[in-house]
Design a protein. Structure first.
Length: 230
């Protein structure tokens, strides 16, 4: 699977998603900070599985219909930061889709995630990530799962990797930093966490209009995930 995750910076980079989909022949695309009322239903041969409705800065998941069938999509609220309570940018910080992969005859769960901003503590973001993984597991217990997005976690990743691993997930950084707008806030903000998948690469793509660079994740199923889900 080839999956792009992109924070659109308050929808400013929406004009770039068609070219990204076509240039990289994507199977899936996960967006953050989108104006979901303005998103197209089709992008580069992919269909909009669903998008959040209650967010000022929304999430969306697209999938290629000649490879996948979407069986369920859910948006989830996660523990709120003070920023969320005051400015209300996002009621729902997780959007998960359960898809049937027609090529490999198995189901997979794919999610777009947007953690609380840097004004919150890392401990709150770790709690959001933990609960997000639990919610995705409930959508498809034991299924291969990929959660990509803006984790807002530029430092102290060793602790995050350990905590994620305790929940049975792998954390994979991209090959270069994904956020370079400010001197003191540069780093790998956009990440992939996965279960039941082999992550071949996570590539940071060239910067566009957004202050985040898109990441391109290449993933394959582990042997145990090839059997058809119940």
């Amino acid at each position: 699977m080839k999956v792009v995750s992109y924070n659109l910076r308050k929808h400013r980079a929406v004009g770039e998603i068609e070219a990204l989909a076509e240039e990289h022949d994507l199977d899936l695309m996960c967006l953050q900070e989108a104006d979901t009322a303005e998103l197209p239903a089709e992008v580069g041969g992919m269909h909009l599985a669903d998008a959040t409705r209650r967010n000022r800065l929304g999430l969306a998941v697209y999938y290629r219909r000649d490879r996948f069938t979407a069986t369920e999509t859910k948006a989830f609220e996660l523990k709120k930061s003070l920023h969320d309570h005051l400015l209300k940018p996002a009621h729902e910080r997780l959007l998960g889709s359960r898809l049937t992969d027609l090529k490999h005859d198995c189901d997979v769960v794919v999610a777009s995630f947007h953690a609380a901003p840097l004004t919150a503590l890392n401990s709150l973001r770790r709690e959001q990530i933990r609960v997000a993984h639990e919610q995705l597991h409930a959508m498809g217990p034991g299924l291969p799962t990929l959660m990509v997005g803006d984790y807002n976690y530029p430092v102290f990743k060793n602790q995050l990797t350990r905590r994620v691993g305790e929940n049975g997930y792998d954390l994979t950084l991209s090959d270069t930093r994904t956020y370079t707008r400010y001197k003191f806030f540069r780093g790998h903000f956009d990440l992939a966490t996965s279960m039941g998948l082999e992550i071949g690469s996570v590539e940071t793509l060239p910067r566009g209009t957004s202050d985040h660079m898109p990441i391109l994740v290449t993933a394959t199923y582990r042997e145990a995930a090839q059997a058809k889900s119940a």
